[in-house]
Each structure stands twice: as structure tokens, then as C-alpha cells.
Write a protein that binds this ligand. Structure first.
Ligand code: SF4
Length: 385
């Protein structure tokens, strides 16, 4: 396979709102089941340990015919497209959906899903906001045990400690490869265009983790064969796009406007846990402590003891970012409520920033191109303070 073919393959997976690869995976062996999960973070290891396929759901750029009728106009777009996918039958191949507790919109969506798809498994996964092991930790253990029990009943496969440890090992490997690509992009961004990295991450939403890991390895090897010129672009840290994803054209536009994206929060669930989850001992406890101790900083997570924006400034320094782009989905409460505090922090650190909002079905990029192009030029002309 050559690089372009691999990227085309990922793009076809990304564009396929009928999830044909998931259908094919199920059809390949009778009795196979697939479980959808919404952004941002769900411990996919538990789904995998039951032999079922975790399928990341991230809405999609499509014509909304019925999805709008379920929501008021002033909320983000992803619940509408998710409903549209559901009522149009495109998610019929799923045997259940897990809704992690990110925000009220996802909570409401989980309730609606229960009412609309009564014959399917539906789980609201209450992720803890208290990070003390004997409080949030104990709660989370119970929550994961309950989810594992549900999935076990649905699949008929027991989530043994050994099976879960093996799943953890596979996902650790996968995360390590994703992180290595992020590191390479930060070091030599001309070699790893963000559009490609993003498509690779999205492929991980629908492929079995074993297959996705192989894909990442192949991509990494093919990068060494690609000759890509280094451009005089500015280095940008992009933040705010952790749940509803921007259209591919928007990411491409930012890059073409002269920005190397050296850090971002796209498909954040795939990198939610910083570093490997322990691969020995009590597997469930390992997932819990990894969540409590090494979750990535995000607007959907309560931060008690650190100033807001500290991790963004750190990421900017670590990746040698020259500026920050706040790029959030319109009406995304978590992202937009955090943004003023984050902006204050980067401003105090002398890091320039700009901001705009998008929707997953945004079709016009000219204004964003001009804005990011101007921002990039200004970084080149005047740099950081
Ligand atoms: S885009 Fe923001 S507001 Fe909308 S569901 Fe996601 S986190 Fe919630």
C-alpha cells in the first residue's frame, strides 16, 4: 500500500455514514456485536474484552431531515446528526450505545435514545468529577462494573481479568502509536499533515483496535518514504474541538492558510489517558486509577487544584506552539464556558490567540481561511512576546 492509498482508505471510512466496515465486520462471523459510544471518553477496553466492536460515533456532515425536530436551535449540531443517523436506520447495526457524561446535551440524548430505541442497549456512563480514589474512584469502579455486567450479558462473554488486561495491552499499544505520531508531527509537522493524522484517528472509530494499530504502523513506515517540503508555516495549538468535530475541509483550510497544527484535541477519547494503563493486577482498578490520575485536561472535567489554562499553556510550550486557535463547536457549553479562562491564561503567558466557531456541517471556509491566514502571518511578522 502506498501512502495516498492508505489516506484514501481512511477518508472512505470517514465519509461512510452507513458504517459499511462495521456491517462487514459483523457479517464476517455470526453472533458478532457492535457497541457505539459518543465522545469524548469511554473505556473501550471493556467493550473489546467482551469480543464486541467499539464504534466511535461523531455525528457527521449530512442533511438533517428529522434530527432538527428533536432539538431547540441554540445547541450544538452533533446530537441532531446522531439522531438523524439513528432514525434513518444507519445505526441499526449497533447493538447498543454508550453515552459518557460530558455535558447536558449528551445526557439528554441518552434519555431520548432510551425512549426511541427501546429494544437496544443504552447506557449513560457517569464519569466521576471527584478524583479522590475513595470517593470518585469507588463510584467509578461500581459504574464500570455495572457497565461490564451489562456488556457481558449482551455478548455472552465474561469480562475476565485476563481478557480485560489483554484489551488494555492492545489499547496501550494503539495509544502509544498515536502519541508517537503526535510527537513526530510536533517535531516535523511538514511530514505529518493534520488532515492525515485526523483521518487516521477517525479510522480508529470504526476499525477493530488490532487492525487500527496495524494501520498506524503502516502509516508511520510509509512516512519515511514520503518527500514533503518544509514550509514557512506558523506553529499552532488548536483547542476546543474535542466533541463535535469540525469538517475535514476546515482542518485542511487551516493548514493551507499557513498553519502547522502541532497540538490539537480532535478525537480526544483516543488519547484521553496519558501514558499506558497498568497491564498487570486488577484490570478494572487499573482503568479507574488511569482515569483518576492521568486524564487529559479538558473542559468536561472538573479541575479543583490547578488554574484553568495551565495545561494549555504547558502544551503550547511543550510543542513550541507560536499561537493558539480556539476552535469550538457553536453552542458547545463546555468549550465556550472555558474559553475566556483559557484565553486569559494564554494571554498572560504572552501567547497570541484567535478564535472562531464551527459546526460539523459548516460549508464555507473562506472567512476562516482569511482569519487563520492573517493570524499565521502576524505570528511570522511579530512572533510571540
Ligand atoms: S459539542 Fe459540546 S455541547 Fe455539544 S454535545 Fe459535545 S460537549 Fe456537549
Amino acid at each position: 500500500m502506498v501512502l495516498d492509498e492508505l489516506v484514501d482508505y481512511c477518508q472512505r471510512l470517514y465519509e461512510d455514514l452507513d458504517f459499511r466496515s462495521v456491517q462487514a465486520w459483523k457479517a464476517a462471523q455470526p453472533g458478532r456485536k457492535a457497541i457505539g459510544y459518543m465522545p469524548i471518553y469511554v473505556p473501550r477496553e471493556i467493550i473489546h474484552a467482551t469480543g464486541m466492536l467499539p464504534v466511535g460515533l461523531m455525528g457527521g456532515d449530512m442533511e438533517i431531515i428529522r434530527g432538527d425536530a428533536y432539538y431547540q436551535s441554540y445547541i450544538c449540531h452533533i446530537p441532531r446528526s446522531t439522531i438523524e443517523l439513528g432514525v434513518s436506520g444507519r445505526l441499526d447495526m449497533l447493538d447498543g450505545v454508550i453515552f459518557p457524561s460530558i455535558c447536558d446535551v449528551i445526557r439528554n440524548l441518552s434519555g431520548m435514545w432510551k425512549l426511541m430505541f427501546k429494544d437496544k442497549y443504552s447506557k449513560y456512563l457517569d464519569l466521576p468529577q471527584n478524583f479522590m480514589p475513595n470517593v470518585g474512584g469507588d463510584f467509578y469502579v461500581d459504574e464500570l462494573r455495572s457497565m461490564a455486567g451489562d456488556l457481558q450479558a449482551l455478548s455472552g462473554v465474561e469480562v475476565t481479568n485476563a481478557r480485560l488486561l489483554e484489551s488494555i495491552r492492545l489499547y496501550n499499544r494503539n495509544r502509544a502509536l498515536v502519541n508517537a505520531l503526535y510527537d513526530l508531527r510536533a517535531a516535523e509537522p511538514w511530514r505529518v499533515p493534520t488532515v492525515e493524522l485526523y483521518l487516521l484517528l477517525r479510522a480508529g472509530n470504526v476499525l477493530p483496535v488490532e487492525e487500527h494499530t496495524e494501520l498506524l504502523q503502516t502509516y508511520r513506515a510509509l512516512l519515511d518514504t514520503a518527500q514533503r517540503p518544509q514550509l514557512d508555516n506558523s506553529r499552532i495549538v488548536l483547542t476546543g474541538a474535542f466533541c463535535e468535530q469540525p469538517p475535514l475541509g476546515l482542518i485542511r483550510t487551516i493548514e493551507r492558510a499557513g498553519c502547522y497544527i502541532v497540538e490539537d484535541d480532535f478525537v480526544l477519547g483516543s488519547r484521553w489517558i496519558q501514558g499506558p494503563v497498568a497491564e498487570t493486577g486488577d484490570a478494572l482498578a487499573n482503568l479507574v486509577s488511569a482515569y483518576l490520575e492521568r486524564s487529559v485536561a479538558n473542559a468536561s472535567v472538573y479541575i479543583a487544584d490547578k488554574p484553568k489554562g495551565e495545561s494549555l499553556v504547558k502544551a503550547c510550550r511543550h510543542r513550541c506552539g507560536e499561537g493558539v486557535i480556539f476552535c469550538a463547536a457553536s453552542f458547545c457549553d463546555p468549550a465556550l464556558l472555558d474559553q475566556p479562562m483559557l484565553a486569559h491564561a494564554v494571554e498572560a503567558a504572552g501567547i497570541p490567540y484567535t478564535e472562531f466557531k464551527y459546526s460539523e456541517n459548516t460549508g464555507q471556509f473562506q472567512v476562516i481561511k482569511e482569519q487563520t491566514g492573517t493570524f499565521s502571518d502576524s505570528l511570522k511578522l511579530w512572533g510571540t512576546t
